[in-house]
Design a protein around this ligand. Structure first.
Ligand code: MN
Length: 135
């Protein structure tokens, strides 16, 4: 589906439906190891797709490279993300990220301090939660 004309990386593998609503693809760029203590992946979401609520024990950095997406921290409003935006997510903060309803969305996800763990998945983001963005 990736209709973008400025794709940088291969689309990668379809993300697990256990942890994502809608379709997303993950291309692993730097695997977990003991040297860099990071995992880096490129993630492409189709419009409307998002990951479950989750935390990163060592934190995460998102670098948006294409499309329009959403990011939400538990208890706060949804934030709109656009190409060029950078999001720093502290360890153990409950959040989710994904595409907006009308646009594909691509980000590079850098999970840091992975000796502490990469991700702990929680419940799916409901349509009711997803549709709270105020334009
Ligand atoms: Mn995350």
């Amino acid at each position: 589906m990736n209709t973008s004309t400025n794709t940088i990386f291969p689309q990668g593998d379809l993300a697990s439906a256990e942890y994502f609503t809608g379709k997303a693809w993950v291309k692993l760029l730097v695997p977990k190891d003991d040297i860099f203590n990071s995992v880096i992946g490129n993630v492409v979401f189709e419009a409307g797709a998002r990951n479950n609520w989750h935390t990163h024990p060592g934190g995460q950095i998102l670098i948006v490279t294409d499309g329009v997406g959403y990011y939400q921290e538990k208890g706060k409003p949804i934030q709109l993300l656009k190409k060029g935006d950078v999001v720093t997510i502290p360890p153990d903060l409950v959040h989710w990220h994904g595409a907006s309803p009308d646009s594909d969305f691509t980000h590079i996800a850098i999970s840091t301090n992975t000796k502490k763990g990469v991700v702990d998945w929680l419940q799916p983001v409901t349509d009711e939660e997803y549709n709270t963005y105020n334009k």
